[in-house]
Design a protein around this ligand. Structure first.
Ligand SMILES: Nc1ncnc2c1ncn2[C@@H]1O[C@H](COP(=O)(O)OP(=O)(O)OP(=O)(O)O)[C@@H](O)[C@H]1O
Ligand SMILES: [Mg+2]
Length: 376
């Protein structure tokens, strides 16, 4: 391990050495996939869904036995976008396998030929534009024809899957469900947050994906596992951190992975080679983080409609807010009326400023929540 580098990763996935626990979840994923099941992976934001998929794709048995495709559809707005992103991911993934493997795909996706070219030694490149996807359904059909004959079974992880619920095309769920069900050579992981949307997609009897997948809810990593992970990374880099410090930040951020990593990252930076990190450093670390976001936060708040801003601040103050449209809540925070709160609530939920779980509203970005309390 390179000792100059901060070992607490705050973006993306590097390798198992920097990855905390998830042993059971990883095993479960592997078991479901090898049994040929499809999986829905759901959690609150920043818990580690995307990283868990990457971690799983790094398993030797997965690398040897499968083609793994990862598609993040967060930015997609239509079936056409979706097909575009899926095609791109497949091309990029198959490229390193060489021309013979790639040819199999190429032979099946005639509709993509305009967007894929080969250089002089046969290395493919993808320069498809969205406009080249003329008939998304035809391309989807070709892609699935390829998936069903690929020389290895395929795992396709579709991240931010809840996006498909907002596509304008009406039949997307039914269409995908049909292809996925018929293709035994490909297994799917559907990851997403916005729990009510993901939940509705898979748990509502009227929807095409109902009962078609195994559900996996990702929870916080257990505190003892985080303690040993963090202490070990400090130790191998000639530093120390006491378990109480880790426990305190765990409690403060409900063990949500990204906040743990971010805090530990900054605490690590504050600890000199040979030094100790203890609870006294927590406030300073938190302040450093909040300061770094200060500009973004003021800008964000400035752009927010007045009613949404007022409600956001009220929810921050309340912490775990319930019955926010009730007279009592409206009065407590001097909001204008239940119906205006209702409208503001919708806006905040849509923009992911707040989350709703089991009737409780919370600020999605916990650092923003702290900043709001400091400033309002
Ligand atoms: N097990 C882990 N050990 C160490 N770091 C992790 C672990 N899981 C996730 N992380 C880190 O936490 C952050 C959030 O993880 P990730 O992006 O996977 O969450 P997510 O659930 O996909 O979030 P979102 O809902 O916003 O897409 C990342 O920066 C990642 O590096
Ligand atoms: Mg993610």
């Amino acid at each position: 391990m390179n000792s100059d580098k901060n070992p607490f990763i705050i973006a993306g996935y590097i390798s198992p050495a920097y990855f905390c626990d998830r042993t059971e979840e990883n095993k479960l994923l592997l078991r479901e996939l090898s049994n040929g099941n499809n999986l829905a992976l759901i959690s609150t934001r920043r818990m580690g869904k995307t990283s868990l998929i990457q971690h799983c794709f790094h398993n030797d048995e997965i690398i040897e036995s499968y083609y793994t495709f990862f598609v993040d559809i967060y930015a997609s707005r239509s079936l056409r976008d979706f097909i575009f992103m899926l095609s791109k991911s497949i091309v990029e993934t198959l490229k390193p396998y060489g021309i013979k493997i790639f040819q199999q795909f190429w032979n099946h996706v005639k509709s993509l030929h305009a967007g894929i070219s080969f250089d002089i030694v046969g290395v493919p490149s993808f320069h498809l534009g969205l406009g080249d996807i003329q008939r998304p359904e035809a391309t989807l059909d070709e892609i699935f024809k390829y998936l069903s004959i690929a020389d290895k079974p395929c795992i396709i992880a579709i991240d931010e899957f809840q996006q498909i619920a907002s596509y304008p095309e009406k039949n997307v769920e039914a269409l995908l469900r049909t292809y996925i069900q018929q293709c035994s050579n490909a297994h799917f992981i559907f990851a997403g947050s916005q729990q009510h949307v993901m939940g509705n997609l898979f748990l509502s009897a009227a929807r095409p994906f109902y009962q078609s997948v195994s559900m996996m809810h990702l929870q916080s990593i257990a505190l003892p596992d985080y303690i040993s992970f963090a202490q070990n990374l400090f130790k191998v880099n000639n530093r120390q951190i006491d378990s109480e410090t880790i426990r305190t930040i765990y409690q403060r951020f409900e063990g949500v992975t990204w906040y743990m990593q971010k805090m530990l990252h900054v605490l690590y930076n504050m600890t000199p080679n040979g030094g100790d990190c203890n609870e006294e450093k927590i406030d300073e670390a938190l302040q450093t983080i909040i300061d770094s976001f200060r500009y973004t936060y003021s800008e964000t708040l400035f752009r927010l409609p007045e009613k949404q801003k007022e409600l956001l601040i009220a929810i921050a103050k309340e912490g775990f807010a319930q019955a926010v449209t009730s007279g009592a809540f409206v009065k407590k925070y001097k909001l204008s009326s239940g119906s205006s709160v209702q409208a503001a609530l919708k806006g905040l939920l849509e923009k992911d400023f707040i989350t709703k779980e089991a009737g409780i509203y919370k600020i999605y970005d916990k650092f923003l929540g702290i900043w709001l309390l400091d400033n309002y």
